[in-house]
Design a protein around this ligand. Structure first.
Ligand SMILES: *Cc1c(COP(=O)(O)O)cnc(C)c1O
Ligand code: SF4
Length: 347
């Protein structure tokens, strides 16, 4: 089936869920009226059980409506947008939200305030305004296309935006954030990769959260992108009841390397309204990092980071290996053995 067909075959209400999992309809429709729901037939086919790791990512829950702690726009994106849907937070790169649709509406989404709703209008004029801002802001060396999901646009529209960006002399790097290799892998067609490969240097960061998402179809999608010369990264979010476990994260990260995806970030959950029930203690993330570093290939190790509320940006966190730091650095290695390194004084 074409990717458009898989998408058209989505479950968008309690009735569709109830049909396969009787007795689970409560609160789904009410929640979906506030935060959109879409579970396409591919991802639906991966869901094995009620309350499982893929279920929790996809099926609306009453907990979203009950959230009194989360913040509507935790990263202050709206106030950091010089034009609508373009976030300029860091000096040399911008986040350009080019689409409001996704192949699945993740329940934990940081932008659930607007993604998939009328609160995120995207128009040709809006895209032009973003392009104009990039043209007149030469400090921007990198453009990160995100959304929504840029790959939910047609090939032609993507080609148009990529062509416009590539024609801007100051834009050195184009990066695309897309969850389609994970949630709609049939979107990665040969035709799409032929378009993408004309715009190098192009990087793609995708988003897998659980080893069960690494299917033969996902592997094929990533192979196609990698064979088009596109380096692939992954931005995973730590999610309670989904992947907040050292063994699950290890299987995920090592599995990603096997499909040629380099883990890039492991994010602490954002303080998003409607997603607070997914947050895990920071200590859990640090313990997971400690269980990985040194024990598995360094290639599999992402940076564990918190995106600071209020637009502070991504701040990395590492387990503490330092015991004391004077003339000698006294620290412990990954097995807990104490080591020392005589520092150099002066410059
Ligand atoms: C995450 C993000 C970036 C990219 O940050 P990197 O550390 O380069 O991946 C850029 N702009 C905004 C607004 C972001 O949220
Ligand atoms: S694919 Fe990304 S933008 Fe879309 S709902 Fe999921 S997390 Fe949000």
């Amino acid at each position: 089936m074409s990717w458009q067909g898989v998408l058209a075959d989505s479950i968008t209400s309690a009735a569709g869920v109830e049909e396969r999992f009787p007795g689970t309809a409560a609160a789904i429709d009410e929640t979906a009226r506030r935060y959109p729901m879409r579970i396409n037939s591919y991802y639906w086919g991966l869901i094995r059980k009620v309350g499982g790791p893929l279920w929790r990512q996809a099926v609306p829950s009453q907990l979203e409506l009950d959230d009194k702690i989360g913040v509507v726009d935790p990263l202050a994106e709206e106030s950091l947008s010089p034009v609508a849907n373009l976030v300029h937070k860091y000096p040399d790169r911008v986040l350009f939200l080019v689409n409001n649709q996704c192949a699945m509406y993740c329940r934990f989404c940081t932008r659930k305030r607007k993604v998939g709703t009328r609160r995120m209008p995207i128009s040709d004029a809006g895209i032009e305004a973003g392009l104009d801002y990039i043209r007149r802001t030469p400090a921007v060396r990198e453009v990160l296309m995100s959304g929504g999901d840029p790959f939910l646009m047609s090939d032609e529209r993507l080609d148009w935006i990529l062509g416009e960006l590539r024609a801007i002399p100051g834009v050195e790097i184009i990066r695309i954030g897309t969850r389609t290799p994970c949630v709609l892998p049939m979107r990665i067609t040969v035709r799409l990769t032929k378009i993408l490969r004309r715009y190098h240097p192009l990087y793609i960061n995708t988003h897998f959260n659980h080893p069960a998402e690494i299917t033969p179809q996902a592997a094929q999608a990533c192979t196609r992108l990698a064979d088009a010369g596109i380096p692939l990264g992954c931005q995973t979010v730590l999610l309670r009841g989904v992947n907040d476990d050292p063994q699950i994260i290890r299987d995920l990260l090592c599995g990603l390397l096997k499909i040629r995806v380099k883990p890039y970030y492991l994010f602490q959950g954002d303080l998003t309204r409607g997603a607070n029930h997914f947050r895990t203690p920071v200590a859990v993330g640090l313990a997971i990092m400690k269980s990985l570093i040194g024990h598995v290939s360094g290639m599999a190790i992402p940076v564990f980071a918190v995106d600071a509320p209020g637009g502070g940006g991504k701040i990395p966190l590492l387990p503490d290996y330092k015991i004391s730091y004077g003339r000698e650095l006294i620290f412990e290695n990954y097995c807990g053995r104490v080591c020392s390194y005589p520092d150099v004084t002066g410059r």
